[in-house]
Design a protein around this ligand. Structure first.
Ligand code: AMP
Length: 415
């Protein structure tokens, strides 16, 4: 199928070819005709599937046909980074059109507030906002939302995880009842269905995944003691100029600094990013990494969802994410939209059960690679199941047989 067959206008087809997209992705094939037909939609699609264009293109199609100077589209997203990224995608598609958009998110300086206020007062066509910041503006009384015809919630599961449920409901009270509402989520837990039943009207449903890493990703794991991890990473990337972009994930903000400090001894072109950084610093670091000025970026899960950076050669999980879905989001940073990539996970003796849990979740064994001989022996594979009270475990608990106490039990105290 091609984009023309989806029913998009010539103007949008031009914008698509300007972006270099040749064929629609599966989520675009399913979502675009349904959105053009005016349906509410609930879409289960992970990042990297092309879901941003799946909702942006049909909505822009509508806006460009009958352009007015008023706010017609509100897109609510969980993080500033995603707000900026979606706004940039919109700017790409609207380059030759009169449609304007603005990203509204907290954390910037006073001048950001003023330009957001101007856009919200004068009726910028598309607002891409994080909930907290938008509510601060709504509380001031000047926001004009009476002409909004499309409401989009992206990464809805993430928004509920962060605790934005009440904020979302509050924002929706400011919108006209007659509107098209589209909700995208990487997962579809019960709480998302409840939100959907509250804010969507007779939605069509599309389901692109079960949460699995993109097919182009080569996934592998090293069984390694913590003391060997930095040396292992160095050995994987040093003297390999062909590897230009490496993304290392750590579960905690504190560890980001430690990893950067340790790796800097052998690799100067490295930066860290986490929610501990202020907004300007985060944007600067991200923009350097996107532009390939920075070779290695060490990040917390702030980056794992939604953020689109092209041509990442290797994603390295410095530790195993507790939530199996976070693993999928992390490794999804490589192999975006069908390219290939490599995702390596460093597994210490206490994290083996988490890796096993991830293998169960993605229904694929992850290849275990031997350590380079210079590093010595690592721990041997022994994924003991624990976590009776682990709420992330998703019902896959399997009892150990026999009477021996599991010796690998160690609760994960990290946040
Ligand atoms: P997303 O899942 O929306 O974050 O998109 C992931 C990446 O795929 C982005 O870099 C998009 O620019 C790219 N992309 C989206 N749709 C297409 C398409 N039809 N053809 C090629 N690339 C695409």
């Amino acid at each position: 199928m091609n984009f023309k067959e989806l029913g998009l206008s010539n103007q949008m087809l031009e914008a698509i070819s300007y972006m270099g997209f040749e064929q629609p992705t599966p989520v675009q094939e399913l979502a675009i005709p349904s959105i053009l037909a005016g349906n509410d939609l609930i879409g289960c699609a992970q990042t990297g599937t092309g879901k941003t264009a799946a909702f942006v293109l049909p909505v822009l199609d509508n806006l460009t046909k009958d352009h007015k100077h008023e706010t017609s589209v509100l897109i609510i997203v969980p993080t500033r980074e995603l707000a900026i990224q979606i706004d940039q995608a919109i700017q790409g598609f609207t380059y030759f059109t009169p449609v304007d958009s603005i990203a509204v998110y907290g954390g910037g300086g006073g001048s950001d507030w003023d330009s957001e206020k101007r856009a919200l007062t004068s009726g910028a066509n598309i607002i891409v906002a994080t909930p907290g910041r938008l509510i601060s503006h709504l509380n001031m009384g000047y926001v004009k939302f009476d002409s909004v015809v499309h409401l989009i919630l992206d990464e809805a599961d993430r928004m509920l995880d962060i605790g934005f449920y009440d904020d979302i409901i509050k924002i929706i009270k400011f919108l006209p009842k007659k509107r098209q509402t589209l909700m995208f989520s990487a997962t579809m837990p019960q709480k998302i269905r409840q939100l959907a039943s509250k804010i969507l009207t007779k939605p069509k449903e599309i389901n692109i995944e079960i949460s699995k890493p993109p097919e182009g990703v080569l996934q592998a794991a090293y069984l390694v003691y913590d003391t060997q991890k930095t040396a292992l990473i160095s050995s994987l990337i040093e003297n390999k100029p062909e590897i230009t972009s490496v993304l290392i994930f750590s579960s905690t903000k504190l560890k980001v600094n430690d990893i950067v400090r340790d790796l800097r001894k052998t690799e100067k072109n490295i930066q860290g990013i986490s929610s501990a950084f202020d907004q300007n610093k985060r944007e600067e670091v991200l923009s350097d990494y996107r532009a390939k000025k920075t070779r290695i970026l060490v990040a917390t899960d702030v980056l794992s969802r939604g953020i689109d950076i092209k041509d990442i050669d290797i994603v390295i999980n410095y530790d195993v994410p507790t939530d199996a879905e976070d693993y999928v989001h992390r490794v999804g940073r490589t192999a975006r939209a069908k390219a290939t990539g490599v995702a390596l996970t460093l597994v210490n003796e206490n994290d083996m059960y988490k890796l096993k849990r991830i293998e169960d979740f993605i229904e694929t064994p992850i290849m275990k690679i031997p350590l380079p001989p210079a590093l010595g022996e690592g721990p041997s594979w022994n994924p003991v199941y624990i976590s009776l009270s682990d709420k992330n475990f998703k019902g896959k608990f399997r009892k150990r047989s026999g009477k021996k106490k599991p010796y690998n039990i160690k609760r994960d105290k990290r946040t």
